[in-house]
Ligand binder design. Structure first.
Ligand SMILES: Cc1cc2nc3c(=O)[nH]c(=O)nc-3n(C[C@H](O)[C@H](O)[C@H](O)COP(=O)(O)O)c2cc1C
Length: 176
């Protein structure tokens, strides 16, 4: 698949089959993240890989509902994906958030090429960066001085939707 095709076809997948991902597939996805450029080639992004049945995911989901003051949400935040990967980065590095964003998009595009669904996840920010930040950092094996940046759910698609539309004129200014 051409990069242009992966960019065009990618969409957020909010529903997964129970089919597991193989170790090789997970490795390819992680390598896509690791191949992403980082500022000064610092390579400060860490990847914590969880299986979809990890109780920690349920715990985070419940904590998210508690913070949102809702009993339960129609779906958990990872839509029953078989694999969820949390990206963390060095708190003291200016470009950590940008680097994590580039890495996670590399992974999303690789997933697209592999025929897999993926969902970039930010909604657990308040859980992972809130009052229990240290607890979750330890549970997710973040390196010392690292904090949650973003996550990505990965698996076989059980839901489809069209990629988002956009307004070229509104978002672009030509200065020539
Ligand atoms: C940084 C970031 C965080 C996101 N967090 C979530 C999330 O927590 N839950 C979710 O369902 N979608 C999340 N999304 C997906 C966006 O909602 C989605 O990319 C957007 O609606 C455009 O749709 P598309 O990806 O299908 O083109 C996130 C996307 C980004 C880039």
């Amino acid at each position: 698949m051409k990069v242009s095709e992966a960019i065009t076809k990618r969409y957020s997948t909010r529903g997964y089959t129970e089919e597991e991902l193989s170790k090789e597939e997970i490795r390819l996805l992680l390598e896509a993240g690791l191949k992403a450029p980082t500022a000064s080639n610092k390579q400060e992004i860490h990847f914590s890989v969880l299986k979809g049945d990890d109780p920690l995911l349920k715990e985070m989901d419940q904590e998210r509902n508690r913070l949102k003051k809702v009993e339960s949400a129609p779906h958990n935040f990872y839509y029953e994906a078989p694999v969820v990967i949390f990206l963390s980065g060095d708190k003291s590095f200016r470009w950590t958030a940008v680097d994590a964003g580039i890495a996670v998009e590399n992974m999303a595009l690789m997933a697209e090429e592999m025929g897999l669904g993926n969902l970039i996840i930010g909604c657990v920010y308040d859980v992972l960066r809130g009052e229990r930040e240290d607890y979750y950092a330890q549970k997710l094996a973040f390196p010392e001085g690292y904090e949650y940046q973003v996550a990505i759910a990965l698996g076989h698609k059980a839901a489809e939707k069209a990629p988002h539309t956009f307004d070229f004129e509104k978002n672009v200014s030509f200065l020539f």
